[in-house]
Design a protein around this ligand. Sequence first.
Ligand SMILES: *[C@@H]1O[C@H](CO)[C@@H](O)[C@H](O)[C@H]1NC(C)=O
Length: 357
Amino acid sequence: MIRFKSRVLGVMVVSVAATTLLLLLFGSTLRLPPAPANMSFLRVPLRALNDFQQQQQRQQQQQQHPNAFSSSANAQESCTSGGAQRVEGLPPLYIITPTYPRAEQIPEITRTAQTLLNVANVVWLVSEDAPAPTPALTSYLNESSLNTVYLRAQMPAKYMKAKNKPRGVANRLAGLNWVRANAKEGVLYFADDDNTYDLRIFEQMRWTKKVSMFPVGLVTKLGVSTPIVRLGKVVGFYDGWIANRKFPVDMAGFAVSVPFLLTRPNATMPFTVGYEEDGFIKSLGITSADIEPLAFNCTKIWVWHTQTKKNTAAVPIAQNNITMGTNLDVIKGLLWKDPKGTATTTTKKKETKKKKS
Ligand SMILES: *[C@@H]1O[C@H](CO)[C@@H](O)[C@H](O)[C@H]1NC(C)=O
């Protein structure tokens, strides 16, 4: 039996041994073969397994040496613990998520972050349309173990007065410019924070050569927006709002190869409500023959426009001897307060529905 001089040394040796064992046992799952179609997607992420085993180890050690792990047990864990997966040789995904301050912002960002934690080699560009960075958002991103980039871009003033505002364009363009300036390989995807993503769509879009497309559920009364595919080729589009669009698709329904994007220096997204996707894809200069239908020739719905219910701003917490000096002092800082001050106890703000959805 080996006696360690100090508990610290003992802890270090145990951690190194545990890590080595885990790498030996599970290291092989890190070298994923490029298998776009049938990749198993419900595998327990290596990271979660790692955390679980380390925690078990800690508990066992704690029983033997009750004080040995007290400092690490108290340590602040990252909000998306474990760390994002890096897999050598796998094309990176540049995921642009436009966002803006509202009651649902942090819940939606949390949901999207936790989806992306299950995807390898992601660079997550969170681009906020706000007059100043939202502290709750930037601290969430800083605490996240994902590879995140925070960007901020406001809608130009001239569009602010319009009845139908081209929301999310300025901040998506900021993401697009970042990708142009910093990326050379991989794939670009616009992932709004209010959608639901099946992990399989990320693995398929990773291999996009020019522009790939796939169905998006819960769009318009048709319940789906999708290319129409016959014998492996896109022959049309099924969408509840075709208008005069050449590519009537949803923002979440296509991905673009970064090397291909870089050959189209003038490609951009127009500030035209309802025509953002069509304008952007047209500016890439492709034809229907160039479109790669994913999700098994568009027979699977692997993305949904979930559309979270709008919530009103929080009613302020009363400052009285029941609330003061309690957790509510902290909770009040977490509640969404509309800077325009529209929160009231009785009237519910009418939602104005715009665009096609
Ligand atoms: C898509 O359809 C084409 C033509 O029928 C077929 O060759 C191809 O294997 C299909 N792809 C998938 C992934 O199912």
